[in-house]
Design a protein around this ligand. Structure first.
Ligand code: SF4
Ligand code: SF4
Ligand code: SF4
Ligand code: FES
Length: 947
C-alpha cells in the first residue's frame, strides 16, 4: 500500500470554456484560457519549482521560485501569476532560470533551521523538496546571520503546533484561512525581514477566532504548522480514501496511516462535496475510535438495575434473538421493532430494515430522520415528487442570491458554509431567516443583505408573506409556472397567498419581523438572479415543519428557481447518512426508494427476492413505539447507532417507554444514554473499520473504506447478519458491495450504482440508472419528477406551544461547530476544549430582569420538565428567545422539549418550547437521580462473577 498521491497543479483550475494552445519546453500544450503557465506546465507533466503556490489558493507570486522565460518578453515572469496565451513559447529550464532559482533557495535555506533529520516534516516538506529540485548543494551566505523573529512555539491548539522558527512567510496559511475557510484568523504581522504569521491580534491559535479547520496546516509547505499526531507518530506511509462520518456535507478524506494507526485525515481534493476542505470534526476529531471508553465486548443482563455481564458474541446474539422471539410468541408479532442508524452505512441501514420487515415480520422500523428531516421527505415529495434536495454543492458557486432558512451552516455544515462564504465574498447576496443572529448574518467580509429574525414558530407565516409580495407585486415567473407547474394549483395558491391576512404588514404583527424587511427579502429573492434556498432543522423541527418545506418549494417554483445550477431547494441534512437512511427504507411506511409498503407491485419485488411475505400495513414510528411500550403492547427493540434517550424530545417519556420494554438491544460504540435501559449491548464498529457507502445532503453516494480491522470483532453489517440468522432469517453476504448490488436491484433510483462505478467515478448522485448512468447533480431539469410541480396551500397554524405567565420565553435548540449531535464521539476527543458544556443563551434584557449574569447557573423549566445549565448572556438571541445545544448528557436539554410534533411526519417540535428561566444553585433533583442511575446502570460485573 502507498500514499494516494494528489497532483498539486500550483494554481486553481480555470473555469473558461475556450482553450488556448502554447508551447512549453518545446511541447505543445492545450489548456482552458486563463490557466496559469505553472498549471499548464504541470498538465503537461513539467513541474516548475514553487513555494508560495498551491492549487487550493489563488496565485500570489511572492517566492519568485517559479520564474520562466517567455519568448518575446523581457525578464523572467512568475509562472504562477502569468496566464497562458495562444502561441506563447515558454521555457522552464534555462541556465539563467536555474541560477536565479538556486539563488532564491539559498536565501530561504540560509534563514532556516538545519534540523531536517529530526524535523517532523522530514520527507514531507516542500522546502526540502525544492532545495533538491533546484539542485542546491551549498549556501554561500552561511547560516549564522540574522533570523526572522521567533516568538516561540504555539502549542495551544490541541491538534496542531505552530513553530515560527521554520516559517518561510509564504502566506499560504493566511490565504488558506481567507480563501478556503473564510475565517480571516491569520495575518502577517511586521514588515520585511520582521514579518511573522500571527493568529488574531498576536494571540495564541486557541485564543484567536481560529475555528481549527486545519486548512492552514494543510497549506503550509514546511513544518511550521504541523499536526501533533504527525509529530507524535511520524509521517504516514499509506492512505485510503474514505468519507467523514460526522455531518451531512460528506467530506472525502485520505485516511493517512502508519501500519493500522491513523496519522492524520487529509481532505481529498477530488472529493466533490468538499473539494479539499474540511472542518475540525472530520479532520481532527477521530480520536474517539480508540477511546478507552469504547465497548469492545458484547454484554447482557436480565434487568437494567443489574451490572452488565460480558459474554461471547454467539451468546449475546443468541440471547438477543431468543428474547425477541419470546416476546413475539408472548405478546404478538408486532411487539418488537427497530431503529436504523443515520450514522451507519447505507448497506447497514438496508440490512436493519430488511431484518425487521422480513426477519421480525413487521414494519416497525424508523430512524432518527423522524426527529430531523422527515418533513423534508414529505414536503418535497408532495411538491416536486422526490424526497431530497435538488442540487449539488458546486451549485452554490452559481447562485446570485442565497436564502438561508433555519440553518446555521458555520456550526452545523462548516465546509458548505466556507463554500457559501466564498460565493458571498464574490458578490452574491444573502437573506437569513432565523430567530438568532447566526454567524453568517455578519462575519468577516460577509454580511447578510436581509436578516428576518422571526419569532420561533412563525416560519410558515413569514414564507407565505414572502410569496404574498412575489404574487402581488407581479414578480412571479409566469413562463416557468405555465410550462412546468400545475397551473390550476398555482392559481389556487396565488389567490391564497395574495389574501391580505398573508401580507407582510399582517405577518409582522405575529412574527416580529418588520414588513419592510419581508418585502425587501422577497424582492431580492425573486429578482436577484439565480436564487437558491438552503435550509436546516429550523425549518423542519416544528409542528408545521412539512408545511414550511412546502412553502419553500412554492417560492422556488413561483420564481422559476429550480432545475439548473445556482438555484434550487437544498435541505442541509444533519447526520452523515441521514439522507441514506431515509433512501434505504427506514420509515415504517416506505420500502427503499421511498415506495409505499402498501403498493403491491413494489412489495412483491422485495418478497420475490427475500423469499418471505411482507406486511402491507405501515408499522410504528419511534414515538408510537414508545407510546405502545408504555401501554404494554410493545416489548422489544433493536437500536443500531442511535441514542434516542438523549436525542429525542421529552426525555422522561422516552425513558418511560424504554423502561417498559423487556428487551432493549443497543448496538453502539459507547454505553450511551439509551444503553442505560438496555438488556443487550452489541459493540459497534467505527467508519474506519468497515466498508460501505454514505449518502450526503446532495444525494451523493460515496465510499467508506475500511482502514483497520474492527476492534470489536465485526463490522455493524456483520452483526445484523448474525442476528438475522439467529432469528431464523438467514442472509448471505461476503462483502457490503453485494448488499449494494441488492439495493440496486430493488431500487430504481439506485439501479446504476455499484462499487465498481463508485471506485471509477469517485461518487455518484442518485438517481443513477439507465437514464442517468453517471448520476444526477441537479434534479428537475426540464420537468419535475412528479411531472408538473404542485403548489400547495400553506395555511399558518400557530403551534399549541404558547408562552404565558408561567413560561414566558421561547426556547430553541441547535448545534455548535466542535460538537456533533449527542456528542458521544466528539466529547471523547480534544474538541472538548471548545465546548465542554451546553450553555443557555439569553438576551441581556431577559437576563437582567431575572438577575442572571453571564456564567450563572440557571434553571430551565417547561411543562415537560426542568434542567440546569449555565447562562451565556448574548445579543445573538432576541429578547424573549433563549437557545441551547444538546451535546451533553449532563444537561439533558431534551427534558424540557415537548411531545408536540409535525402534523404530517411526527417530527418533534424541538425549535419551540415555552420556558421559564430562573437563577439556580446547581443540578435539579432529576439530574442528580439520573446521574446516579447512569452510574449504577453502567456497572460491569467483575470477570469472576461473569464466569
Ligand atoms: S485552522 Fe482554519 S481557521 Fe484556524 S487559522 Fe488555520 S485556516 Fe484559519
Ligand atoms: S506558517 Fe507555513 S504556510 Fe504560513 S507563512 Fe509560514 S511557511 Fe508559509
Ligand atoms: S463534519 Fe461535516 S463539514 Fe466537517 S469534515 Fe465532516 S463532513 Fe465535512
Ligand atoms: S510559486 Fe510562483 S512566485 Fe511563488
Amino acid at each position: 500500500m502507498s500514499l494516494v498521491e494528489e497532483i498539486d497543479y500550483g494554481t486553481p483550475r480555470s473555469r473558461a470554456t475556450n482553450d488556448v494552445t502554447l508551447s512549453i519546453d518545446g511541447r505543445s500544450v492545450t489548456v482552458p484560457e486563463g490557466t496559469s503557465i505553472m498549471r499548464a506546465a504541470m498538465t503537461a507533466g513539467t513541474k516548475i519549482p514553487k513555494l508560495c503556490a498551491t492549487d487550493m489558493l489563488d496565485a500570489f507570486g511572492s517566492c519568485r521560485l517559479c520564474l520562466v522565460e517567455i519568448e518575446g518578453r523581457a525578464g523572467t515572469p512568475a509562472s504562477c501569476t502569468t496566464p497562458v496565451a495562444a502561441g506563447m513559447v515558454v521555457r522552464t529550464q534555462t541556465e539563467r532560470l536555474k541560477r536565479i532559482r538556486k539563488g532564491v533557495m539559498e536565501l530561504y535555506i540560509s534563514d532556516h533551521p538545519l534540523d531536517c533529520l529530526t524535523c517532523s516534516a522530514n520527507g514531507d516538506c516542500e522546502l526540502q523538496d525544492m532545495a533538491g529540485a533546484v539542485g542546491l548543494r551549498d549556501v554561500r551566505y552561511g547560516y549564522a546571520g540574522a533570523r526572522h523573529p521567533d516568538p516561540g512555539k504555539d502549542e495551544s491548539n490541541p491538534y496542531f503546533t505552530y513553530d515560527p522558527s521554520k516559517c518561510i512567510v509564504c502566506s499560504r496559511c493566511v490565504r488558506a484561512c481567507e480563501e478556503v475557510q473564510g475565517t480571516f484568523a491569520l495575518t502577517i504581522a511586521g514588515r520585511g525581514f520582521e514579518s511573522v504569521v500571527s493568529p488574531g491580534m498576536q494571540e495564541s491559535f486557541l485564543g484567536s477566532e481560529c475555528v481549527s479547520c486545519g486548512a492552514c496546516v494543510q497549506a503550509c509547505p514546511t513544518a511550521t504548522l504541523n499536526e501533533k499526531s504527525v509529530i507524535e507518530i511520524g509521517t504516514p506511509e499509506h492512505s485510503v480514501v474514505t468519507t467523514c462520518a460526522y455531518c451531512g456535507v460528506g467530506c472525502a478524506f485520505k485516511a493517512e496511516m502508519r501500519g493500522d494507526e491513523v496519522v492524520r485525515m487529509v481532505p481529498y481534493k477530488d472529493g466533490k462535496a468538499n473539494r479539499g476542505h474540511s472542518c475540525v470534526k472530520g479532520r481532527f476529531a477521530w480520536g474517539y475510535t480508540t477511546h478507552r471508553e469504547r465497548i469492545l465486548k458484547p454484554m447482557i443482563r436480565a434487568k437494567v438495575r443489574e451490572p452488565w455481564r460480558e459474554v461471547s458474541w454467539p451468546e449475546a446474539i443468541s440471547h438477543a434473538a431468543s428474547e425477541l422471539k419470546r416476546i413475539q410468541r408472548q405478546y404478538g408479532k408486532g411487539a418488537v421493532g427497530g431503529i436504523t442508524s443515520s450514522r451507519c452505512t447505507n448497506e447497514e441501514t438496508f440490512l436493519v430494515q430488511k431484518l425487521i420487515r422480513a426477519g421480525f415480520g413487521v414494519n416497525n422500523v424508523d430512524t432518527c430522520a423522524r426527529v430531523c428531516h422527515s418533513p423534508t421527505g414529505y414536503g418535497l415529495s408532495q411538491t416536486f415528487g422526490t424526497s431530497a434536495g435538488t442540487q449539488d454543492f458546486d451549485s452554490v458557486e452559481f447562485a446570485d442570491v442565497v436564502m438561508l432558512v433555519g440553518a446555521n451552516p458555520t456550526d452545523a455544515h462548516p465546509v458548505f458554509a466556507s463554500r457559501l462564504k466564498k460565493r458571498l465574498r464574490q458578490g452574491a447576496k444573502l437573506i437569513v431567516v432565523d430567530p438568532r443572529t447566526v454567524d453568517l448574518v455578519r462575519t468577516p467580509h460577509v454580511a447578510a443583505t436581509c436578516h428576518l429574525p422571526l419569532l420561533p414558530g412563525t416560519n410558515v407565516a413569514v414564507l407565505t408573506a414572502l410569496a404574498h409580495v412575489i404574487v402581488t407585486e407581479g414578480l412571479v415567473n409566469e413562463a416557468f409556472v405555465c410550462e412546468r407547474c400545475d397551473w390550476e394549483a398555482f392559481q389556487h395558491w396565488a389567490d391564497f397567498v395574495a389574501e391580505p391576512r398573508n401580507s407582510p404588514e399582517q405577518v409582522a404583527k405575529l412574527s416580529g419581523v418588520p414588513a419592510s424587511a419581508i418585502r425587501e427579502a422577497a424582492r431580492l429573492y425573486a429578482t436577484g438572479g439565480n436564487a437558491a434556498i438552503y435550509y436546516g432543522l429550523g425549518v423542519t423541527e416544528h409542528s408545521q415543519g412539512s408545511t414550511t418545506v412546502m412553502a419553500i418549494a412554492n417560492l422556488a417554483m413561483a420564481t422559476g428557481n429550480i432545475g439548473r445550477p445556482g438555484v434550487g431547494v437544498n435541505p442541509l441534512r444533519g447526520q452523515n447518512n441521514v439522507q441514506g437512511s431515509c433512501d434505504m427504507g427506514s420509515f415504517p411506511h416506505e420500502l427503499p426508494g421511498y415506495r409505499h409498503i402498501s403498493t403491491d407491485a413494489v412489495r412483491e419485488s422485495f418478497e420475490a427476492l427475500w423469499g418471505v411475505a411482507l406486511d402491507k400495513e405501515p408499522g410504528l414510528r419511534i414515538p408510537n413505539m414508545l407510546d405502545a411500550a408504555i401501554d404494554g403492547s410493545f416489548k422489544g427493540i433493536y437500536i443500531q447507532g442511535e441514542d434516542i434517550l438523549q436525542s429525542d424530545p421529552d426525555t422522561k417519556h422516552v425513558a418511560a417507554g424504554l423502561a417498559a420494554m423487556e428487551c432493549v438491544i443497543v448496538q453502539d460504540l459507547f454505553l450511551n444514554e439509551t444503553a442505560n435501559y438496555a438488556h443487550v449491548f452489541l459493540p459497534g464498529s467505527t467508519f474506519l473499520e468497515k466498508d460501505g457507502t454514505f449518502t450526503n445532503a446532495e444525494r451523493r453516494i460515496q465510499r467508506v473504506r475500511k482502514v483497520m480491522a474492527p476492534r470489536n470483532g465485526y463490522a455493524d453489517w456483520e452483526i445484523t447478519v448474525m442476528l438475522a440468522k439467529a432469528m431464523g432469517f438467514a442472509m448471505h453476504y461476503d462483502h457490503p458491495s453485494q448488499i449494494m448490488d441488492e439495493i440496486a436491484r430493488l431500487t430504481p433510483t439506485f439501479a446504476g450504482v455499484s462499487y465498481d462505478k463508485l471506485d471509477a467515478l469517485g461518487s455518484v448522485q442518485w438517481p443513477c440508472n439507465e437514464k442517468a448512468p453517471q448520476g444526477t447533480p441537479v434534479m428537475h431539469i426540464g420537468a419535475f419528477v412528479r411531472g408538473k410541480g404542485r403548489f400547495l396551500i400553506t395555511e399558518y397554524i400557530p403551534t399549541d406551544e404558547k408562552t404565558g405567565p408561567r413560561f414566558p420565553l421561547l426556547l430553541t435548540t441547535g448545534r455548535i461547530l466542535s460538537q456533533y449531535n449527542v456528542g458521544a464521539q466528539t466529547r471523547r476527543t480534544d474538541n472538548i476544549v471548545w465546548h465542554h458544556e451546553d450553555r443557555l443563551e439569553i438576551h441581556p434584557h431577559d437576563a437582567e430582569q431575572r438577575g442572571i449574569r453571564d456564567g450563572d447557573w440557571v434553571k430551565l423549566a417547561s411543562r415537560s420538565g426542568e434542567t440546569t445549565l449555565r447562562a451565556l448572556v448574548t445579543e445573538k438571541v432576541a429578547p424573549g428567545v433563549v437557545y441551547t445545544t444538546f451535546h451533553h448528557p449532563q444537561t439533558q436539554a431534551n427534558v424540557v422539549t415537548t411531545e408536540f410534533s409535525d402534523w404530517a411526519t411526527n417530527c418533534p417540535e424541538y425549535k419551540v418550547t415555552a420556558v421559564q428561566i430562573m437563577p439556580s444553585n446547581g443540578p435539579t433533583g432529576w439530574q442528580r437521580e439520573y446521574d446516579e442511575f447512569t452510574r449504577q446502570s453502567r456497572r460491569v460485573a467483575p470477570l469472576e462473577a461473569a464466569e
